[in-house]
Design a protein around this ligand. Structure first.
Ligand code: FAD
Ligand code: SIN
Length: 552
C-alpha cells in the first residue's frame, strides 16, 4: 500500500475539464510532454454538465464594452477591469480555435429560424444586456468535454491518467531558503492500485474545478471538493475571495433527481418565477426585487427565492415557460425537457419546481490573467482560480469563457518562462512521499460523520443568508473537525474519501475565514449584521495565505 513510484513530465495538469484540457493541448502542441490527472473518468467534472453555454461577443449589435460592463455590473465593484477586458476581448478568437478542434455550436437554422440560418443561435442569461451565449443545444459542456478529451487522448505528447487523485503539491525551497518557494509537481494516489506516485514536472497547473460538495445542496458533480484551493493553500499560494459562493437559483426540486440544473437560458427564453399562494394560485414575485425581474443577476434571484420560500414556508418556487410550445421547448432544451419528463413534468404544460443550490466558487487560488500564482512553476486555471474576472458575483456563462482563455494564456506564459525553470530545476530536491507509521483505518465512521456535518452546517450557517453569529458557530465547528481530520490523515493510509474530506474541510474553513473577514454585504456575500456595501471596500479582495514558517 502507498509506496513510491516516480514519473517525470515537462508539465503536470491536475484536472481534465475545459481549463486542464485546454492548457494541456496548447502545451503539448508546443512540444512539451504533458500528464493530465483526473480523479475519476477524464470526462467527469462540471464542464461536462454546462448547459447554458459560453458568453462571447459574436455580433455587430453586441460589443466588447457591453460585455465588459455587464461583467463589471454583476461583479459589484470587485472585478479587475484589465482582466475582464483581456478575457472578453480574447473570447472570439479562442472560441474559433475551439470550433476548429471540432466543437459544434447550434445555429439558428438548426432551431428552425428562417432568417440568418447560418449564424449561431445566441442565448440570453441573467445580467446580460445582449444575446451573447453560444450553446450546443442544452448540452454545451458535454460537446466541449467530449471533443477535448478525444483530442488529448490522440495527442502523442499527452498522457491521460484517470483515477489518479492528486494529494498535495510538491514544494521545495532552494538551499533551505524559506522565501524561495517553488512547485516541482505533485503526489497522487492511483485509486486503482492504491499506490502513491510522485509526479515531477517543471510546471504544475491546478485545474481542479469547483467546491460544491462543501455544501449540502449543489449543482456540482461529486469530484468538486475544493481540491485546487486546498492544495494551493497548503502549498503556500494566496487564496482570494472565497466568501463569494454563487448559488444557482433554479435546480430541479425532486426527491429522486439530485443536482439537476434548469438552465438560466430557460429564463432567457421567457420563463418567469412564481410562488404558490395559500389559495392555490401561482404569482410572479421578481418585480419586487429587481427591474430585470426573472432575468436579474443570480445573487438577486437566489436571495429573492430564499426569501419567498422562508416567507411562505414553501419548499420550492416554480418556473413557468408554458407560453412556449412542446415542439419549441424540445428543440431548444432537449436534455432539460427529457429530464423533466422523466419525473412527470411536461415543461409546456406544467410548472417546474426549483430551489437554489451551491453552483460556483468565484474565489480561488489567486492568479494573474495568465493563471500564474506568483510561485515559480505553479499555475491555476478554471473554477479553482481567482483571476479577478468575476469579482463578487460571476456573470452567467463567463466561467467557460474564463477557463478557455486563461488555459491558453497560461500555456503561453509557461512557454516563455520554461527555459529559466529548466535551468534551475536541478537545484531542487523532491522529497519522497512518506506514509510514516500509517495503517489501514478501522474507524471509517469518522469520515462519513464529519463529511455530513460540514456540508450541513455550511448550508445552514454559511449559505445565501449569513450573520456573524452563524459564521462564528461554523468557525468553531470547523476548527474541531479539521483537527480530528488532520490526526486521522497522519494515522491512516490515504483513501479517496479521506482526501475528499480533508479538502472539503480546508475549503470550508477558507470560505468561513473570508466571510468573517468581509465586514460588509457585496455581490454574493450577504451578512445581515453588515447589510450594506461599503464603498471604501471597492476593489479590495479578501486574501488568505498559510504561514510558510509552519509549513509541514
Ligand atoms: P471541471 O470541469 O469541474 O474539471 C475539474 C477536473 O479536476 C476534473 O477532471 C476532476 O477529476 C479533476 N480533479 C479535481 N480534483 C482533483 C484531484 N485532487 N486530483 C486529480 N484530479 C482532480 N459555466 C458556464 O460558463 N456556462 C454554463 O452554461 C455553465 N453551466 C453549468 C452547469 C452546471 C450543472 C455546473 C455544475 C456548472 C456550470 N457552469 C457553467 C460552470 C462551469 O461548468 C465550470 O465552472 C467549469 O466547467 C469548470 O471547469 P474546470 O476545468 O475548472 O473544472
Ligand atoms: C446555466 O445554464 O444556468 C448555467 C450557466 C452558468 O452557470 O454560467
Amino acid at each position: 500500500m502507498n509506496q513510491q513510484e516516480v514519473f517525470d513530465f515537462d508539465h503536470l495538469i491536475i484536472g481534465s475539464g475545459l481549463a486542464g484540457l485546454g492548457s494541456a493541448l496548447q502545451l503539448a502542441d508546443a512540444g512539451g510532454k504533458v500528464a493530465v490527472l483526473s480523479k475519476r473518468d477524464a470526462e467527469e467534472g462540471s464542464t461536462r454538465r454546462a448547459q447554458g453555454g459560453i458568453a462571447c461577443v459574436m455580433t455587430p449589435e453586441d460589443s466588447f464594452d457591453a460585455h465588459v460592463q455587464d461583467t463589471l455590473n454583476a461583479g459589484a465593484g470587485l472585478c479587475h477591469e484589465d482582466v475582464v477586458r483581456t478575457i472578453v476581448e480574447s473570447g472570439p478568437e479562442a472560441v474559433k480555435r475551439l470550433i476548429a478542434r471540432g466543437v459544434h455550436f447550434t445555429t439558428r437554422g438548426e432551431l428552425g429560424f428562417s432568417d440568418h440560418t447560418d449564424n449561431f443561435d445566441l442565448g440570453r442569461e441573467g445580467g446580460h444586456t445582449e444575446r451573447r451565449v453560444l450553446h450546443a443545444g442544452d448540452i454545451t459542456g458535454q460537446d466541449i468535454e467530449r471533443t477535448l478529451v478525444e483530442a488529448c487522448r490522440k495527442h502523442p505528447n499527452i498522457t491521460m491518467l484517470e483515477y489518479h487523485y492528486a494529494i498535495d503539491l510538491i514544494m521545495a525551497r532552494r538551499h533551505g531558503n524559506m522565501e524561495d518557494n517553488r512547485c516541482l509537481g505533485a503526489y497522487a494516489l492511483d485509486t486503482v492500485t492504491q499506490k502513491v506516485k510522485t509526479f515531477r514536472a517543471y510546471t504544475t497547473t491546478l485545474a481542479c474545478g469547483g467546491a460544491g460538495k462543501v455544501y449540502l445542496y449543489s449543482s456540482n458533480p461529486d469530484i468538486a471538493c475544493g481540491d485546487g484551493e486546498a492544495m494551493g493553500f497548503r502549498a503556500g499560494a494566496k487564496i482570494a475571495n472565497m466568501e463569494f459562493i454563487q448559488f444557482h437559483p433554479t435546480i430541479l426540486y425532486d426527491y429522486n433527481v439530485r443536482s439537476f440544473l434548469i438552465s438560466e437560458a430557460v429564463r432567457g427564453e421567457g420563463a418567469v418565477l412564481k410562488v404558490r399562494c395559500p389559495d392555490g394560485s401561482y404569482r410572479e414575485f421578481m418585480h419586487k426585487y429587481h427591474r430585470m425581474e426573472s432575468l436579474a443577476p443570480r445573487d438577486v434571484v437566489a436571495r429573492a427565492i430564499d426569501n419567498e420560500m422562508k416567507r411562505t414556508g414553501q419548499e420550492c418556487v416554480y418556473l413557468d415557460i408554458r407560453h412556449k410550445s412542446e415542439e419549441e421547448l424540445k428543440r431548444r432544451f432537449p436534455n432539460i425537457f427529457a429530464k423533466c419528463l422523466e419525473v412527470g413534468i411536461n415543461m409546456a404544460k406544467d410548472l417546474i419546481p426549483v430551489v437554489p443550490a451551491e453552483h460556483y466558487v468565484c474565489g480561488g487560488v489567486l492568479t494573474d490573467v495568465n493563471g500564474y500564482t506568483g510561485i515559480p512553476g505553479l499555475y491555476a486555471a478554471g473554477e479553482c482560480a481567482c483571476t479577478g474576472l468575476h469579482g463578487a458575483n460571476r456573470l452567467a456563462s463567463n466561467s467557460l469563457l474564463e477557463a478557455l482563455v486563461v488555459a491558453e494564456l497560461s500555456a503561453k506564459h509557461i512557454e516563455n518562462v520554461l527555459p529559466k525553470l529548466k535551468e534551475t530545476a536541478m537545484d531542487f530536491m523532491v522529497p519522497p512521499w512518506s506514509c510514516g507509521n500509517a495503517t489501514n483505518s478501522d474507524e471509517l465512521v469518522v469520515i462519513t460523520h464529519n463529511w455530513e456535518e460540514i456540508r450541513r452546517f455550511m448550508w445552514d450557517y454559511v449559505g445565501i443568508f449569513r450573520t456573524t453569529k452563524r459564521l462564528e458557530r461554523a468557525k468553531a465547528r470547523i476548527k474541531l473537525i479539521r483537527k480530528e481530520i488532520e490526526k486521522y490523515y497522519w494515522d491512516f493510509h490515504v483513501t479517496p474519501d479521506l482526501l475528499d474530506l480533508r479538502n472539503i474541510a480546508t475549503t470550508a474553513e477558507l470560505i468561513i475565514d473570508c466571510s468573517l473577514a468581509r465586514k460588509e454585504s457585496r455581490g454574493l456575500h450577504y451578512n445581515a449584521d453588515y447589510p450594506v456595501l461599503e464603498s471604501e471596500m471597492n476593489g479590495v479582495d479578501t486574501i488568505v495565505q498559510r504561514n510558510l514558517k509552519y509549513y509541514d
